[in-house]
Design a protein around this ligand. Structure first.
Ligand code: DQA
Length: 162
């Protein structure tokens, strides 16, 4: 499984940037955690940070056939970029949107994501944990179905008696 993680503009400043909102973990630490999780799941990660909308559009446009899923924090482009939204829609690669902060509890201009409707889902508000949950969601979205015997065992263990 190959997953592309994209960090949008200003996220290279994490750790120093408004720590009361975005936390004290820097991007290298967040990436380390993601790499550890991916390795434990046998997935390979490519991680990119860019401050440029066109670069992000290009990465997403080239993702089909190269990656099984994309995890993206579009940062400020979340609220403005029809170009990134169109790239995600056109590529058709399962994409999970993540945010460190709870964008719905912030300024009105942050409360709308133009990206979310073309994503499988969105995780926001959990600090660096949002990325971990986003990667888990991406892995779950692209994991091959477990063999029939495993599915049957799981279904049995879910049944509740009483
Ligand atoms: C952010 C939220 C955005 O509104 C903001 O522009 C960011 C970071 C987040 O992770 O909480 O740069 O995407």
């Amino acid at each position: 499984m190959k997953i592309l993680v994209i960090h949008g503009p200003n996220l290279q400043l994490l750790g120093r940037r408004q720590p009361t909102i975005y936390g004290t973990a820097d991007l290298a630490t967040i990436n380390q955690g993601l790499r550890r999780l991916a390795a434990a799941r046998g997935a390979s990660l490519t991680i990119v940070q860019s401050n440029h909308e066109g670069d992000i559009v290009g990465l997403i446009g080239a993702s089909k056939g190269r990656y099984d899923a994309v995890v993206i924090n579009p940062a400020a482009y979340t609220h403005t970029s029809v170009a990134i939204r169109d790239a995600i829609e056109a590529a058709g690669v399962p994409t999970i949107e993540v945010h460190l902060s709870n964008i719905y509890a912030r300024e009105p201009f942050r409360q709308h994501s133009v990206i979310a409707p073309v994503c499988r889902g969105q995780v926001c508000g959990f600090g660096p944990e949002s990325y971990r949950l986003g990667l888990e969601a991406a892995l779950a979205a692209v994991s091959p179905r477990p063999p029939r015997a495993v599915r049957a065992t799981r279904a049995k263990s879910k049944r509740v008696v009483g």
